[in-house]
Write a protein that binds this ligand. Structure first.
Ligand code: ACM
Ligand code: ZN
Length: 742
C-alpha cells in the first residue's frame, strides 16, 4: 500500500511537472492521467444509486447547462456512478475515469466540488465531448475560502451578485463576504428603520478621480440602490445551492455616515450630514451611548434571520475616536463602566454586539481593530493590516481569517503600467496573490488550527461598473483559489501555464474582462560588478522582437539578449523601448534607467526588511529604476518602523555635490513622508560628520558639497499618523526608492 501511494504520488508529480497539464484549477491534491480519453455522446447515463442530497434535478440541470449533455437516470450500470465515502477527510472527493466515471464524495459540498472539477476536466474539441482517463483525489486546504464585495461604494444588482457567486463556485470558494453598509451607502432593507434605505442608500454626488487629487470635484448622477429583505433571501438561497455561505457586514462603530445621514441622533453630535460623497475615514461614527447600542442591536435582529451562516461581520475598522473624546455621552459611558480609554470603549461596544450575536446563536467577526482595547470573548478576527492582528488573535485562541492588504486587496493595481484604470493604490500582482499563505511566518505551528483560511477583498471606491469588477478579480481570484485550496508545493510558472491553457480561454469565451498583465513585457535587474544587468522577460521568451536604446550610452548588449549598464559619475537617464508580439498583439515596455555612481551597488540596510514590502533589499535603492506612481511593491522598499538605517561605501574618496533621496506619500495607504533624514559622511569610516534635513516633499536633493568615501543614512519616521487621516494614531509606513549622488 505504501508503495502504491508513493507510485501515485510520483505520477501525480510527474503529471504536474512533466507537461501533462491538469485542467482543474484550483489544482487537486492528486491528478493522474493514464492516456486516452472517454468520448461522450449527447446523452449520458447516470446511475441512480447514492445520489447526493441535492438530487436528480440539480444533476440534470448541471450536465445540461454546464456541459451540454442530457442525462438519463438508470438503475443498473451507467456512465456516471456516485459513491458515498465514510470517515473521509472533510469535503474530500475522488473522480475515477476508466470504463465509467465514478465520483466518490464525503459530503454534499464535496460532491458539488467534484462536479466543478468534472466540468473543467471535460474538453469539447471538434464537436466531441471528451474526458481524459484519470484519477483525481482532492480536498481543501483551508475551510474559509473567501471573496468579499463592497456594494456600498458602488451598488451591484442581484444578478451581478449571483454572477460573482457563480465565479466563486467554479473556483471552489465557499464564503461570500457581502459588505452591505459603509459611509457612502446603506444597502440592506431594515424594516424598523426605513430611513436607512430611503436616505442612506442615496449618494447624490461622488468625488471625481482619486481621493488625494485636488481640487475636489463632485458629480452626479446619484449612486443609489439597496436590496430588499426578499432579495437578500434570494441571494442567500442561491449561494446556498453553490455551497457558499454569505457573511453580511454591518459596519460599526465607524464607516457609519450613510446610517447617520438617516438617523443623526445616533451620532455624537446629532448634526445631520449627507451620505459621504468622498472616500476615506470620517470622524462621524456611531456614538457609544446605550440608545445607539440598542439601535444597532435591533438592526442586527433583522439581519440575523436572513443569514443562516455562523458569522456576522460587524466591521470595527477605522473608527477615529475624535468625537468620542469630545462627547459627553461617550465620556459618561466610559465612566459608568470603568473604562480607561476610548479603545476600551470600542472594546465595550463590540462586546455588547458579541453578547447579542452569541445570544442569537451567531459568532461575531470583525476587522483586526477589534483587538484594540481587548478582544471580546467569542469574536473571530479578519486580519487586514498585515498579519500581525491575526497572529495576536490566534495567540489568544480566537479564530482568524487572513486578508492582508499586501496579498489580498484586489482593489490594488495589478501591473505597473500607466494604462491601468485608476485604483486606490498599492500593488498586488498575480504572482504575489499566488504566493499567499494564510498561515503567517512566525506563528507557532500549534496555533495553525486557529487560522481558518483567507479572503480577497474588493473595495469599490474606484470600481463603478461590472466590467471593472471582472477586471480587478480576474485572474487574481483564480490564483487565490489555489492558495486557499491546494495543499503542498505550488509552482507559479506551472500555474501560469495552466491558467493560459485552460482558464483564460474559458474567461474569454464568456466575454469576461480579465487583466492581460501576464502578457506584459517585464524587466528584471540584477546587480553586476560596476553596474547592473537587465533582462527583458515575456511569458513566452521567443515573443520579444526588439529592444531599442541610445547606442552611444555606456551599455553593452550581451549574446543572451541581456544588457549591461555601467555606473557613471554624473547621473544620466537612459530609455529602453522593448517590444514583444504575443497573441494579445504588440506590447511595448518603456523602461527608464538612471545611471549614477552607485548603480548596481546594493545599500547595506541595517534595519530588518518588512515581509510585506522587502523590494529587492538594498538593490532596490540602486537598481536605476525610480519608484513608480501609482506605487507598486516592486521598486519600493517599505518599512513600518521608527528609524531606518543604511550605509554604502564608494570605491574611493569622491567629491559629492549632493544626494538625492526619494520617498513616497500615499496617505490613503498609510504611507507618509518621514520626518527627517540624518546624512553622515566620512573619508575613513572612523570620523564622521552629520547633516540633518527635514523631509517636506517626495523627491529631495540634499546639498553636501563635501568629499567622502563612506555614507550613512538614518531616516526618521513620524511617530504616528495625524488625526483625521486613514490609519490615524498608527505608525505610518515609510517607502523609499532610488538613492543617487551628483
Ligand atoms: C479595511 O480595509 N478598512 C478593512
Ligand atoms: Zn458619543
Amino acid at each position: 500500500m505504501k508503495y502504491f501511494v508513493l507510485f501515485i504520488f510520483i505520477i501525480a508529480l510527474s503529471s504536474k511537472y512533466l507537461g501533462q497539464l491538469c485542467p482543474i484549477i484550483p489544482h487537486p491534491t492528486t491528478y493522474v492521467t493514464t492516456g486516452g480519453s472517454m468520448v461522450l455522446e449527447n446523452l449520458i447515463s447516470v446511475n441512480k444509486a447514492n445520489l447526493p442530497t441535492f438530487g436528480e434535478d440539480f444533476i440534470k440541470l448541471f450536465f445540461a447547462n454546464e456541459i451540454g449533455l442530457n442525462v438519463a437516470f438508470i438503475n443498473e450500470g451507467g456512465q456516471v456512478k456516485f459513491k458515498q465515502l465514510s470517515n473521509a477527510y472533510p469535503d474530500s472527493y475522488s473522480i475515477d475515469v476508466k470504463e465509467n466515471i465514478v465520483i466518490s464524495y464525503s459530503s454534499p459540498a464535496s460532491c458539488f466540488y467534484a462536479l466543478q472539477s468534472l466540468k473543467q476536466l471535460i474538453q469539447t474539441e471538434s464537436n466531441s465531448i471528451e474526458i481524459p482517463f484519470c484519477f483525481i483525489s482532492d480536498e481543501p486546504k483551508f475551510v474559509w475560502r473567501g471573496m468579499h464585495l463592497d456594494v456600498s461604494r458602488h451598488f451591484f444588482s442581484v444578478s451581478e451578485v449571483k454572477q460573482y457567486l457563480d465565479w466563486m463556485a467554479r473556483y471552489k470558494f465557499n464564503s461570500f463576504h457581502w459588505h452591505l453598509t459603509d459611509d457612502q451607502g446603506w444597502r440592506i432593507e431594515i424594516k424598523a428603520y426605513p430611513k436607512l434605505t430611503e436616505i442612506g442608500s442615496i449618494r447624490e454626488k461622488t468625488l471625481v478621480g482619486h481621493a488625494s487629487s485636488k481640487p475636489e470635484i463632485y458629480q452626479g448622477p446619484a449612486e443609489k440602490g439597496f436590496y430588499t429583505q426578499e432579495e437578500i433571501k434570494e441571494v442567500v438561497e442561491y449561494a446556498n445551492k453553490l455551497f457558499i455561505t454569505v457573511v453580511p457586514e454591518i459596519e460599526m462603530p465607524g464607516h457609519a455616515r450613510a446610517a447617520l445621514a438617516a438617523y443623526p441622533e445616533f451620532s455624537c453630535t446629532g448634526v445631520q450630514m449627507p451620505v459621504a460623497q468622498t472616500w476615506g475615514v470620517f470622524d462621524e461614527i456611531f456614538c457609544s451611548k446605550d440608545e445607539t447600542i440598542q439601535f444597532l442591536q435591533s438592526i442586527l435582529s433583522e439581519v440575523v434571520p436572513l443569514f443562516p451562516g455562523k458569522y456576522i461581520h460587524i466591521g470595527g475598522d477605522e473608527a477615529p475616536k475624535t468625537n468620542w473624546k469630545k462627547c459627553q455621552n461617550c465620556q459618561a459611558q466610559m465612566k459608568k463602566n470603568g473604562l480607561k480609554s476610548e479603545e476600551e470603549l470600542q472594546s465595550y461596544f463590540i462586546q455588547k454586539m458579541d453578547k447579542y450575536l452569541t445570544s442569537k446563536g451567531k459568532t461575531l467577526i470583525g476587522w483586526d481593530e477589534i483587538l484594540e482595547g481587548g478582544l471580546s470573548d467569542n469574536a473571530a478576527v479578519m486580519s487586514w493590516r498585515g498579519t500581525e492582528g491575526g497572529i495576536e488573535a490566534a495567540k489568544q485562541h480566537h479564530y482568524v481569517v487572513m486578508s492582508p492588504g499586501s496579498h489580498c486587496y484586489f482593489d490594488h493595481y495589478q501591473s505597473d503600467r500607466k494604462t491601468e484604470p485608476l485604483a486606490i493604490g498599492g500593488y498586488t500582482s498575480l504572482e504575489k496573490v499566488y504566493s499567499f499563505n494564510p498561515i503567517p511566518e512566525g506563528l507557532p505551528s500549534s496555533l495553525d488550527p486557529f487560522i481558518l483560511g483567507g479572503q480577497a477583498n474588493l473595495w469599490t471606491e474606484y470600481i463603478a461598473d461590472w466590467k471593472q469588477v471582472e477586471y480587478m478579480i480576474f485572474p487574481r481570484m483564480i490564483a487565490l483559489s489555489e492558495a486557499l485550496w491546494t495543499a503542498g508545493e505550488r509552482d507559479y510558472t506551472h500555474f501560469l501555464e495552466r491558467l493560459e491553457k485552460y482558464e483564460l480561454p474559458y474567461l474569454k469565451s464568456k466575454n469576461v474582462n480579465y487583466s492581460k498583465a501576464i502578457y506584459y513585457l517585464k524587466s528584471e535587474v540584477v546587480s553586476e560588478s560596476n553596474g547592473i544587468e537587465i533582462d527583458f522577460e515575456a511569458i513566452d521568451s521567443s515573443s520579444i522582437i526588439t529592444v531599442d536604446y541610445d547606442k552611444s550610452a555606456d551599455v553593452t548588449q550581451r549574446k543572451n539578449g541581456k544588457f549591461r549598464i555601467f555606473k557613471t559619475k554624473r547621473p544620466n537617464m537612459l530609455r529602453f523601448v522593448a517590444k514583444s508580439k504575443t497573441a494579445q498583439g504588440i506590447d511595448t515596455l518603456k523602461l527608464d534607467i538612471l545611471q549614477h555612481r552607485t548603480l548596481g551597488q546594493p545599500w547595506i540596510i541595517e534595519t530588518p526588511l518588512s515581509s510585506s514590502y522587502p523590494g529587492k533589499g538594498g538593490l532596490t535603492l540602486s537598481d536605476g529604476t525610480l519608484g513608480a506612481r501609482p506605487w507598486n511593491g516592486k521598486e519600493w522598499l517599505g518599512f513600518n518602523v521608527k528609524e531606518v538605517k543604511m550605509s554604502i561605501e564608494l570605491n574611493e574618496k569622491q567629491k559629492l555635490d549632493g544626494i538625492y533621496l526619494s520617498f513616497l506619500s500615499a496617505e490613503s495607504s498609510w504611507i507618509h513622508l518621514p520626518e527627517k533624514v540624518l546624512i553622515e559622511y566620512s573619508n575613513n569610516g572612523e570620523s564622521w560628520k552629520t547633516k540633518e534635513f527635514r523631509v517636506t516633499k517626495e523627491l529631495n536633493h540634499y546639498v553636501l558639497n563635501k568629499k567622502a568615501k563612506f555614507i550613512r543614512l538614518t531616516v526618521v519616521n513620524k511617530d504616528s499618523i495625524e488625526d483625521g487621516k486613514p490609519g490615524s494614531g498608527h505608525l505610518p509606513w515609510l517607502f523609499m526608492d532610488e538613492i543617487w549622488m551628483d
